[in-house]
Write a protein that binds this ligand. Structure first.
Ligand code: NDP
Length: 399
């Protein structure tokens, strides 16, 4: 029996709130707060049990502390934007409450994400006796847990890790992003980066690709290498990894739109003067693009996200693929949301459950792979993200 404060009321939040509301024995009270309270109320209206809503500016620490002190939650779930991670962590420290998020901190004015800012809170959370769980979405999140699970049960050492994220769904719109457009475009247009023999190798954006044959009737799709935040913690906590890469599928249509928008300067994050005031092109573009939360009823098809690992067990070479397949329309039927928000929101709920049940609770700042993967993997099967683990031919992915 615990009370949670969920901050942010976008696509991912809708799923987190639905999934927490489905487990009243764990999440006995839910408060949903965001910048625009009407969005909290719209989510609350979809549920069959009452929750409380509130307005909060999560960039403002005193406002957050006042809300936390008034509500006294056992845990704060941050599903606002990565820009708010540090202010919400500061407020949790001041008010004495545990913290969870799904994406690492990113400064608003630099398209750069890394864990250093949040790892710097390690001593503060430890001294305060509080738990902060970082990156409890799918990728990062489940992919970190998958890696820890493979290591625990199938490998003595993982040498090559490829995280592969496929959205084979189609929303039928000319151009839309599946989660916050600003964060999504900042991520996709950044340089690629992978880990090899103890060092990071940078590549021009989306310059390396190959075809991967996905399971569950998805079939062969082109995957593009890019940088993703879980690579940073995974190579830190599994130092035996010689090479770690992250791949994502994109349709030709998505890439063409992105190229044109980039060429005309619409994806820039430097402010430009327009009719006497400064605007940031990417923020203006976000205002024009469909709200990801609105894609739920439109999107058909499946997603498949997994970890392809190669290494050794008892001196013999091993290659395994652990993955989940999720259907956009089934997600919509259950929680009125497409699969990208669903695959992020379910692990956020499970991470929260792990903390509240004391299974993943210890003072400090933790990445998902630092905990025992087994209870989390069990809950993925129970709460909507069942997984498969299969032996694979290493040549299924190019070196
Ligand atoms: P949305 O843009 O749909 O929702 C973000 C919400 O945060 C909105 O309700 C927004 O308010 C609110 N918000 C923004 N700024 C503030 C603020 N200063 N104070 C209070 N509320 C604020 O994003 P998504 O739901 O798509 O993404 C949520 C998070 O999930 C992001 O951090 C994203 O990076 C992460 N994510 C993680 C994934 C993973 O697998 N790990 C995958 C996908 C997303 P308003 O409605 O007023 O704009």
């Amino acid at each position: 029996m615990a009370k949670v404060l969920i901050i942010g009321a976008g696509g991912v939040s809708g799923v987190v709130v639905h999934k927490c509301a489905q487990l009243p024995d764990v999440f006995s009270e839910i408060v949903l707060a965001s910048r625009t309270e009407s969005k909290c109320k719209a989510i609350a209206a979809q549920l069959n049990r009452p929750i409380k809503t509130a307005q909060v500016d999560a960039d403002n620490v005193p406002q957050l502390v006042a809300l936390i002190n008034a509500e006294k939650p056992d845990l704060v779930i941050n599903v606002a934007l990565p820009y708010q991670d540090l202010t919400i962590m500061d407020a949790c420290l001041e008010a004495g409450v545990d913290y969870l998020d799904t994406a690492n901190y990113e400064p608003l004015d630099t398209a750069k994400f890394e864990y250093s800012w949040q790892w710097a809170y390690q001593d503060k959370f430890k001294t305060a006796g509080l738990t902060a769980l970082l990156g409890s979405g799918f990728d990062p999140g489940v992919t970190n847990v998958y890696t820890a699970y493979l290591k625990k049960h199938y490998f003595d050492e993982i040498h090559y890790l490829d995280i592969i994220d496929c959205n084979a769904g189609d929303h039928g719109l000319p151009f839309a992003t599946n989660f916050n457009p600003e964060i999504n475009i900042r991520e996709v247009t950044a340089n690629g980066r992978y880990w090899e023999n103890g060092a990071w190798v940078d590549t021009p954006p989306l310059s390396i690709n190959q075809v991967f044959d996905f399971p569950a009737e998805i079939g062969p799709k082109k995957i593009y290498m890019m940088y993703h935040e879980e690579l940073e913690s995974l190579v830190k906590y599994f130092p035996e990894i010689k090479r770690a890469r992250f791949w994502m599928t994109f349709s030709d249509n998505y890439l063409k739109h992105l190229e044109v928008l980039g060429n005309v300067g619409m994806t820039g994050i430097e402010p430009v003067m327009f009719e006497g005031r400064e605007i940031v092109p990417l923020q203006f573009l976000k205002a024009l693009l469909p709200d990801p939360a609105s894609l739920g009823p439109l999107t058909k098809g499946k997603t498949c996200i997994g970890c392809f690992a190669q290494g050794v067990k008892d001196g013999k070479p091993v290659a395994m693929f652990v993955y989940n397949v999720c259907d956009h329309q089934e997600c919509y039927r259950e929680v009125k949301s497409q699969a990208i928000s669903y695959t992020t929101g379910v692990p956020a709920m499970i991470g929260a459950k792990m903390i509240l049940e004391g299974k993943w609770k210890k003072p400090g700042v933790w990445n998902m792979e630092q905990y025992d993967p087994d209870p989390f993997m069990e809950d993925l099967n129970k709460y909507g993200l069942p997984w498969q683990v299969v032996e694979v031919d290493p040549s299924a992915i190019e070196g």
